[in-house]
Design a protein around this ligand. Structure first.
Ligand code: PMP
Length: 414
């Protein structure tokens, strides 16, 4: 099915059936998997693509000239094209295949940061970042003698845009921000943020981990310099991901890791490196995983990301209404009107972990904890939250089951 030729609304129930794990029962109840921001389930198309690689053409990439090696290399390089199209990159050359967003951000912080950050420089991040978009920058700043600055978050769970111009001072070299918050579901105005940064000569890195499964991503329209995605949040396997970088920036960056596949010529006197993107792909990659990620991107493209975003707007509205009606439940920073169906909440008088444990007995999977966002939890004065994070395959009935289960949990715990 191609959305261009078949604009009819997708059959969401049929698409849900593509995900075998969603047929499970947990504690005798139908599974309601509402932990997609943590990791999403995989459709048959992804499982089949990985299985076929393992069964039919398992070989290393870019090394062997035999048939299986050539097939594996072709499939691996085709993933680069699929992902370039998925994020509307201007060319495949800027797409570095990684093990996930954490690796993509560390790559830029280490390679670009090592070559460009000087004492007195600054990197700007935001108060709603995942630790993966904080710690690598802290480490890079420490190595360079640079400082880390932070754009605050409002009570509504949005970036404090009014504070941004004053923070984009001349010593800021790069602004790293999350496109969609994994804890609050807020969709940040990536295009506006990048435009402001660009006006002041500041580079931008966007953590797109939680945007890629929910929204159409267009790196050219956003106008960023780097964009990182991760496979397992977008219905692909763990240990797969991609970093897009402007080819001119990547070309000027030194390697991140050294090893096979990233070189042109190695001699004991010195080594010359391959051009990007291969310069940043040292060693044997997660070939099966990346083939699975390519299949996931193809699967999402076939459904249509705009259709997915539309379906999820309806799910988010339903979830907000049902959750807000649960007595004693407080949504945390969920007021941003532009959002994906990801909700953090606390239940008065109950620990988040106890709530999550109790509702698991009803077959409902949510995450409890800090969601790798310690500074954001501190900002909202909570040690932990429960987080219900939905994907396009979730249903209103699952949201209703969540709300009913939360009511029972509250009666027992509070
Ligand atoms: N950033 C965000 C916003 C995330 O949600 C996550 C995963 N929880 C990461 C980065 C880390 O990505 P990965 O799992 O690929 O290391």
């Amino acid at each position: 099915m191609s959305v261009a030729t078949a604009p009819a609304a997708p059959d969401w129930a049929r698409l849900r059936a593509d995900f075998p794990a969603l047929r499970r029962r947990v504690h005798g109840k139908p599974l309601a998997y509402l932990d997609n921001a943590n990791t999403a389930q995989r459709p048959e198309a992804v499982l089949a693509a990985m299985d076929r690689y393992h069964r039919e053409y398992n070989a290393n990439v870019s090394r062997a000239v035999h048939t299986l090696g050539t097939e594996a290399t072709a499939a691996y390089e085709a993933v680069r094209d699929t992902l370039a199209a998925f994020i509307n990159a201007p060319s495949r050359d800027g797409v570095v295949l990684t093990r996930g967003t954490t690796e993509g951000i560390n790559l830029v912080a280490y390679s670009w940061g090592g070559a460009n950050l000087r004492p007195g420089d600054a990197v700007l991040v935001t108060g709603m970042e995942h630790h993966a978009n904080i710690v690598p920058w802290q480490m890079a700043c420490e190595r360079a003698g640079a400082t880390l600055k932070v754009l605050p978050v409002t009570d509504a769970g949005e970036l404090d845009l009014a504070a941004l111009p004053a923070l984009l001072t001349p010593e800021v070299r790069l602004f790293a921000f999350v496109h969609v918050s994994n804890a609050l579901g807020t969709v940040n105005p990536a295009r506006e943020l990048c435009a402001l940064a660009r006006e002041r000569g500041v580079l931008t890195l966007v953590d797109g981990s939680q945007a890629a499964p929910h929204l159409p991503v267009d790196v050219q329209a956003i106008g960023c310099d780097f964009y990182a995605i991760t496979g397992h949040k977008m219905f692909g396997p763990t240990g797969s991901g991609a970093l897009w970088g402007r080819p001119a920036l990547l070309a000027a960056m030194p390697p991140f890791m050294g090893g096979g596949e990233m070189i042109r010529e190695v001699a004991f006197e010195g080594t010359t490196f391959a051009d990007p993107p291969h310069r940043f792909e040292a060693g044997t990659p997660n070939i099966a995983g990346l083939i699975g990620l390519g299949a996931a991107a193809g699967y999402l493209t076939d459904i249509g990301m705009a259709a997915i975003a539309g379906r999820e707007r309806a799910l988010a509205a339903h979830a907000r209404e049902r959750l807000a009606a649960v007595p004693g439940l407080r949504l945390v920073g969920a007021e941003a009107p532009d959002r994906v169906p990801v909700f953090s909440f606390v239940v008065d008088g109950a620990q988040a972990q106890d709530v999550a444990t109790l509702i698991d007995l009803d077959g409902i999977a949510v995450r409890s904890g800090h969601h790798c966002t310690h500074p954001l939890m501190r900002r909202f004065g909570v040690p932990a939250t429960c987080r219900a994070s939905l994907a396009f395959y979730n249903t209103e009935a699952e949201v209703d089951a969540l709300a009913a289960s939360l009511r029972r949990a509250r009666d027992l715990l509070a």
